[in-house]
Design a protein around this ligand. Sequence first.
Ligand SMILES: [Zn+2]
Length: 166
Amino acid sequence: MLQMKLCGDLVLREKCAPITEITPDVLDILDEMVGMMRDQNGVGLAAPQVGYLKRFLVMMNPDDETVFKMINPKIITRSTEQCTMEEGCLSVLGHDNLPVYANVTRPASVEVEWMNEHGEQLRAQMAGLPARIVQHETDHLDGILFIDYLSPVRREMVMRKVRKRK
Ligand SMILES: [Zn+2]
């Protein structure tokens, strides 16, 4: 049973190592992560959020509910066009145990390369919500949280809610 790591846990601030072999363990964890993401009504979950400092993540395209299991995902190109959307994170919870949301500005579309659970190398252009989610989740693999993009004032507003949980 995997446990969700929450904001303040240093495991969320580490840079993750690439996966060199897709072991049965990795496949089991990916499956469990999909279950956890669904249970918590999330659209993405990265390995360090469940305590693994490895480069893999799961995400869902909310438009058609397609689930992606991404191993060693990498953002190849980012659009110069930016957009602002509300983001939350299953590791950044407020006093009601629900994610705290804030507006974040990021590139509007990205090109992503990853390996799927069968070891196939894939590449896709993503825009809209999937682009947003894949950027948020790949950031986790480098120890970056969405709150890092906020102004000090906005960030403090989020952190005040997070501290109320404790
Ligand atoms: Zn997150």
